[in-house]
Design a protein around this ligand. Structure first.
Ligand code: UDP
Ligand code: MG
Length: 317
């Protein structure tokens, strides 16, 4: 084995950070090569996720340099971080013995890669980068993110707490990941399903060094929904549980009313009746919504649409 490592970097409108990122990654790669940790054919693979700015021209320019360590693939349109990352991993699989995925803004600590590679060479198939704290996050982001991880845990999903997509995967793990056919990708939930030998490396996450977050609120909510609905069937079961609970309550109310009729104490309180009608109506609609979410997702999945389409590559042989 030549220990070829590919660092996979999804990029969406990242022209502001790309050159600096490339420089830092190149330095890291040559340090790792010089230390004999990885082979000389290791590369950085940028995935252009349908950027509208100068991202792809910069990647092409980087890949075109003499003895360049940079390569790139360009997707035919914006497909979102998870799909772009998946496209990069599957492309890298053709060349690499292992990949490390990292965001283009390098918020994740490059120096954690050394420990990841050591663990890989010691026999780990997957090494998760885990944030040791969330100091650099705003209060809102921290609260929602940690709450979300806990929710997933409560729904029975196996996710690594405070791990995003900074991770090492070797070829064996990537081959296994390739067999998962779903189009709504939530890699954080899928990778733990693979099993294999895993390890964890802790690191401090920094703030973005330039540019703004490319994860809009909409994209974040979409990712959160993909996580819940692709990993868990518990919401459906919850509906049944709530339904049974309400049925029991209404049976009780019915009995009380009957009793009052027998005791010649007419039933009062139309507001209560109205409120409960509305409550039940709301619950029924919510239930229909949750079911619809699963049905809709089933429809999307049975279509088996491609997760990404590569329109161009650079520096890949
Ligand atoms: N990204 C992407 N496609 C998108 C949105 C984001 O490939 O549609 C990439 C982005 O370029 C970056 C990574 O996903 O490399 C994480 O995005 P960002 O740093 O903006 O997210 P945040 O750190 O704010 O959660
Ligand atoms: Mg970021």
């Amino acid at each position: 084995m030549e220990n070829i490592l590919y660092i996979v970097v999804p990029c969406y409108n990242e022209e502001e950070v790309l050159r600096e990122t490339a420089q830092r990654l190149e330095r890291k790669l040559s340090a790792l090569t010089a230390a004999g940790k990885i082979g000389g054919k290791s590369r950085v693979l940028f995935v252009n996720d349908g950027s509208k700015d100068g991202t792809w021209p910069i990647i092409k320019e980087l890949a075109g340099r003499e003895n360049s360590v940079f390569t790139g693939v360009s997707l035919s349109r914006n497909r979102g971080h998870q799909n772009a990352l998946f496209a990069g991993l599957m492309t890298a699989l053709e060349y690499a013995d292992a990949t490390i995925s990292i965001d283009a803004d390098l918020q994740d600590d490059l120096d954690a890669m050394d420990a990841m590679i050591d663990m890989w060479r010691d026999g780990c198939d997957i090494v998760y980068g885990v944030r040791s704290s969330r100091k650099t996050d705003s209060f809102m982001k921290r609260a929602t993110a940690e709450g979300y991880y806990k929710l997933l845990g409560a729904l029975g999903c196996d996710v690594v707490f405070n791990h995003a997509d900074f991770r090492l995967m070797n070829a064996r793990a990537l081959h296994a990941l390739r067999q998962f056919g779903e189009s709504a990708l939530f890699l954080r939930g899928l990778v733990p399903m693979l099993g294999f030998q895993t390890g964890v490396v802790e690191y401090e996450r920094l703030s973005r060094f330039a540019g703004e977050s490319k994860y809009s609120l909409r994209k974040m909510v979409q990712l959160a929904l993909d996580g819940v609905f692709s990993l868990s069937l518990k919401p459906i079961r919850l509906i049944s549980a709530v339904g049974i609970g309400i049925l029991a309550l209404s049976a009780l109310a019915f009995m009380v009313m009957l009793l009052r009729v027998f005791l010649d104490k007419p039933v009062e309180g139309w507001t209560l009746v109205l409120a409960s009608v509305w409550a039940v109506g709301g619950l029924v609609l919510t239930a229909a919504g949750v079911l619809g979410e699963y049905v809709g997702r089933t429809l999307m999945e049975v279509k088996h649409r491609p997760r990404y389409i590569i329109s161009e590559t650079a520096g890949l042989k």
